[in-house]
Design a protein. Structure first.
Lengths: 114, 120
């Protein structure tokens, strides 16, 4: 089954404790992206990747890091989480070229930073 | 910069009836894509329907259809025969067309959503 998976689905942590949210897709998509969803602000892009070893900042990259060492994986790293990073996070992927323009979303990761 | 506006924060409809959700957008692009995503209480983001701007025919997917008015920059979603499982947050989203350039971000630009409740 074609899918995007994220882990963990729920996470409670404390300020300053490094964490990683994993994202994996099995569709051989080149493009992957991270969004955060906040009430009243909608979804905003954090980082994106066009392919292996090619990443770039989105609209709200501060406090986050990403890596793309393999095509299928695109982890989101919070080196020193703060309470304002409490949010719902989505990973998404799509092919880079061709006629299929739809982004496929993971199930979301709900993060609470105390 | 592109923007997407959903003017109805909340709506409700009786089961089996029809409801229309509004979406307007602002762009100077001529080629682009528009999407409606559904987010049920599970928080999963599910694609409902997509429309290519260069296609004049309105997209349909079973009980879901759109009214795409390119000149007015309007992209409304009609849900026919509403079902209890349609209760969700609905998001309208915009994405630029790639053209011949496969190297740009082309992120999704999102509206703030419409919360739809289907009542029995």
């Amino acid at each position: 089954e074609a899918q995007v998976t994220q882990n963990p689905r729920y996470l409670i942590t404390v300020t300053g404790k490094k964490l990683t949210v994993t994202c994996s897709q099995n569709m051989n998509h080149e493009y992957m992206s991270w969004y955060r969803q906040d009430p009243g602000l909608g979804l905003r892009q954090i980082y994106y990747s066009m392919n292996v070893e090619v990443t770039d900042k989105g609209d709200v990259p501060e406090g986050y890091k990403v890596s793309r060492k393999e095509k299928r994986n695109f982890p989101l790293i919070l080196e020193s989480p703060s309470p304002n990073q409490t949010s719902l996070y989505f990973c998404a992927s799509r092919p880079l070229a061709g006629t299929q323009e739809t982004q496929y979303f993971g199930p979301g990761t709900r993060l609470l930073v105390l | 910069a592109q923007t997407v506006t959903q003017s109805q924060p909340e709506m409700s409809v009786q089961e089996a009836e029809t409801v229309t959700l509004s979406c307007t957008y602002d762009t100077s692009e001529n080629n682009y894509y528009l999407f409606w995503y559904k987010q049920p209480p599970s928080r999963q983001m599910i694609l409902v329907i997509r429309q290519e701007a260069y296609k004049q025919q309105n997209a349909t997917e079973n009980r879901f259809s759109v009214n795409f008015q390119k000149a007015a920059k309007s992209f409304s979603l009609k849900i026919s025969d509403s079902q209890l499982g349609d209760t969700a947050m609905y998001f309208c989203a915009f994405m630029k067309h790639e053209g011949h350039n496969a190297g740009n971000n082309r992120k999704l630009i999102w509206g703030l959503g419409t919360s739809l409740a289907v009542n029995p």
